[in-house]
Design a protein around this ligand. Structure first.
Ligand code: BG6
Length: 462
């Protein structure tokens, strides 16, 4: 069977500034929350490795972009580090950073690789966090000014902009589940940060549109379909609430320009509404995106809660559901995530049916594996499991296209094995293997396979 993809389909991968650049404390960069947190709690990071030890893209970008070209990339996403470009979050711009990002963008274009640029990938400048991060509306304006600075500097060459990557993750990590700084556990504050992030997004979109640049602006959301254990009304209700809290809380404002009434009512009922000010709704309405990036790794399976809520425990999303482990589910044991390829199709169909078939692309999908060294044969990692993972997802994506989805491309997470927040280098995701000691990059079998897929604009399987 042949899986042919549409002309000009985006083939590439994604990464982010903090996870690849290195040079975290040099070249004029200000500290981000990650630099700060590591200094204070290095034990929170796998094997005590910080982002300073990220894969040296800051000095190796030219050679790395050549490696992208070698495996058939026609597009690549990274982010601009706010704290590198504007070290204090507001105020003067770091000229060395201006030049660095300009060179990266030019080099990608020179190699025929469209630059997709994201403006925030979990990396709040420390100076902004010190005044409350996205809990403080001043920071929303600072972010919008940073975004505008980027549009003015690079908007002539960058045609695909993204305001945020997975904006729900800093909310979950930083304000609910203790896996990002500032390690707060408080539902109401989490909701405020989520809401303010979407206001910041809308402010940046508004700035972009005012400049009348020739390009598109979007957002990247990790859409995690919520599947109920059964069709029992209590299970389907649990799944519907999860969808509201974890998907529609960002998807609806980003695509429809408004929040679902059901979500507002739910938050009101539980006294968890953020402060809404005059003009907010109009602003959110202006934040509708041109292009949606979809990160998909795993589904969320839930069931109705089985035990009573502890009235003294902090209010959490899990007030409304229990996680459900489906018997026989396929797992990636390294990451502890279920592999459910059809999820990609379900997302695309949901976007088609309920979100006006907005132009979208798969901006991240991938498989993190620990100890890949054991798959080394004659110096190359034989990651057949990753090839199978990508291929099976692409088959479902293709089915979505056949049924009218407006999906424009597929990016793998990630290009070269990179540093991944608290997991550091535990799980490897790249098309290229990274030797941490020598910084040498070696193409994996999946990288060569992907080069062929990109060249043929598809693949054939029996
Ligand atoms: C994505 C993020 O959610 O998952 C990336 O956008 C991250 O920044 C990737 O690196 C993999 O995460 P993890 O936790 O498996 O290392």
């Amino acid at each position: 069977m042949k899986y042919q993809f549409p002309k000009n389909f985006y083939w590439g991968s994604a990464a982010s500034s903090t996870q690849t650049e290195g040079a975290a404390f040099s070249s004029g960069k200000g500290e981000s929350i990650w630099d700060h947190w590591f200094k204070h709690e290095p034990n929170r990071f796998h094997n005590g490795i910080s982002s300073t030890e990220a894969s040296t893209f800051y000095c190796n970008y030219q050679a790395d972009i050549q490696l992208m070209k070698d495996i058939g990339h026609n597009s690549f996403r990274t982010s601009i580090s706010w704290s590198r470009l504007i070290p204090n979050g507001v105020g003067s711009v770091n000229q060395e950073a201006v030049e660095f990002y300009s060179n990266v963008i030019d080099e990608q274009i020179k190699q025929g690789i469209q630059p997709f640029i994201c403006l925030f990938h979990f990396d709040m400048p420390l100076s902004m966090q010190q005044i409350g991060g996205f809990e403080n509306r001043e920071v929303l304006d600072a972010y919008a000014n940073f975004a505008e600075t980027c549009f003015l500097l690079y908007g002539d060459r960058v045609k695909h902009w993204f305001t945020f990557n997975e904006p729900i993750v800093p909310v979950e990590g930083g304000y609910l589940y203790d896996f990002h700084y500032p390690n707060v556990v408080d539902f109401k504050r989490a909701v405020t940060v989520a809401y303010h992030t979407m206001l910041a997004h809308a402010k940046a979109v508004e700035k972009y549109r005012l400049l009348e640049l020739k390009g598109q602006i979007g957002i990247i959301l990790n859409l995690t379909p919520s599947y109920p254990r059964s069709q029992h009304p209590a299970d389907t209700k649990a799944a519907r609430i999860c969808d509201l809290l974890f998907n529609r809380s960002f998807l609806d404002p980003a695509v429809k320009g408004e929040y679902p009434q059901e979500l507002v009512s739910l938050l009101q009922e539980h006294q968890q509404m953020p402060e809404v000010r005059e003009g907010d709704c109009e602003l959110i309405a202006k934040g509708k995106v041109d292009l949606l990036g979809v990160n998909y790794y795993q589904p969320r399976r839930v069931k109705a809660r089985e035990n009573a809520v502890n009235p003294d425990a902090p209010f959490m999303p899990e007030h409304f559901f229990d996680y459900y482990e489906m018997p026989g589910r396929k797992m990636n044991p390294h990451r502890g995530w279920e592999i459910f390829e059809k999820g990609i199709y379900d997302i695309l169909m949901n976007l088609k049916e309920n979100y006006g078939n907005i132009p979208c692309y798969i901006s991240e999908n991938g498989m993190g594996v620990e100890g890949e060294q054991k798959f080394l044969v004659d110096g190359q990692i034989q990651d057949d499991y990753r090839i199978e993972f990508i291929q099976e997802h692409l088959k479902w994506l293709h089915k979505g296209l056949e049924e009218g989805s407006n999906c424009l491309g597929y990016h793998l997470w990630t290009f070269i094995d990179n540093w991944s927040w608290c997991n550091a280098y535990k799980n490897r995701y790249g098309f290229y293997q990274l030797d941490l000691k020598t910084q040498q990059r070696s193409v994996k079998k999946s990288g060569e396979w992907f080069a062929q897929v990109s060249k043929d604009n598809g693949f054939e399987v029996e």
